[in-house]
Design a protein around this ligand. Structure first.
Ligand code: MG
Length: 304
């Protein structure tokens, strides 16, 4: 059941109970306070048939009487000793008054309960809210630790003359291209590894082994499309991709918009989620000598 709905339902019924108790107390309380009179004055009221009803409460050392008057909204109360209350009761009955008995101790408990019930409800509600907030915080902490996933990918290919240079799904005008089983797209390969790593689904070699002839010369965007389906199957969504492509030549920056569009289309996301950067290797080692091209990618996923 929806937690918000549960909270509202509990709150609603607590409000109903609270209002019910308040209404009951209001209706059941005497309409006017009783005037305390002496026992002799009370006996005069009895003898004049002024008493309509009488409520007799047996206290520990005495007996109290709370009476409604026939010709007045007021009530009268008095106390009588245990030795006289039976006589008073007979007089009241003889005068036509209705006599009721009340166990004072029970009334005390009822009164205590009625006065304490709203407080108990309030305390209970506060405890309930605190419990809920602790639960929500705990779940938020749990969600925070497991909802976002990050993966890293790296790839490098040697460059040879006479091969097409494909980076990010785009063929760039250049006299060298990567040596590889597929089209050698380092950016797509590193991105694929980052996505699979973030989802805990292995790496590109697991899903597209370079020993499988069906991937010979394959467009690497196909790998990304397959990775997208694997992520969807695990309820992962791509939040962000950040990539660095390292090569001495050619300049990649002018081609980034087209690369971002191609990669975003293969992954089924907005190109806003694909961020590309280009670096040279300052003439150092194989990349610096123009003999290789490499890419580093970090991908962030969220679980849905
Ligand atoms: Mg590769």
């Amino acid at each position: 059941m929806n937690s918000g709905f549960t909270t509202k339902t509990i709150l609603f019924w607590m409000s109903i109970v609270f209002l019910g108790v308040m209404m009951w107390k209001l209706v059941s309380s005497p309409s006017s306070p009783a005037d305390s009179v002496s026992y002799s004055d009370f006996l005069q009221l009895v003898s004049k048939n002024e008493i309509h009803d009488a409520r007799i409460s047996l206290e520990s050392n005495f007996v109290s009487v709370n009476a409604g008057l026939r010709h007045s909204q007021k009530r009268a109360s008095t106390t009588v000793s245990y030795g006289d209350w039976q006589d008073l009761k007979e007089r009241l009955i003889d005068s036509g008054a209705t006599v009721e008995y009340a166990n004072q101790k029970s009334s005390d408990w009822v009164l205590l309960l009625l006065n304490g019930l709203p407080l108990l409800l309030l305390v209970g509600f506060c405890l309930f809210l605190m419990q809920r907030m602790k639960g929500v915080s705990w779940r938020a902490a749990q969600a925070g630790s497991s909802k976002m996933r990050t993966g890293i990918g790296y790839d490098l290919h040697r460059l040879e003359e006479g091969r097409p240079l494909i980076v990010g799904g785009i063929e760039l005008p250049f006299d060298k291209g990567p040596v590889g089983h597929s089209d050698g797209d380092v950016l797509a390969h590193a991105l694929c590894d980052a996505l699979l790593g973030a989802a805990g689904l292995g790496d590109i070699g697991t899903h597209f082994p370079d020993t499988d002839p069906q991937w010979k010369g394959a467009n690497s965007l196909l790998f990304l499309e397959h990775a997208k389906k694997l992520l969807a199957g695990k309820n992962f969504a791509i939040e962000h991709v950040d990539a660095v492509v390292i090569t001495e030549k050619p300049k990649l920056g002018p081609h980034f918009p087209e690369m971002r569009e191609a990669l975003a289309k293969a992954l089924g996301v907005s190109s806003d989620k694909i961020h590309l950067k280009a670096k040279t290797n300052e003439g150092v080692d194989a990349i610096g000598r123009g003999e290789a091209i490499a890419a580093h990618v970090v991908a962030t996923l969220s679980s849905r």
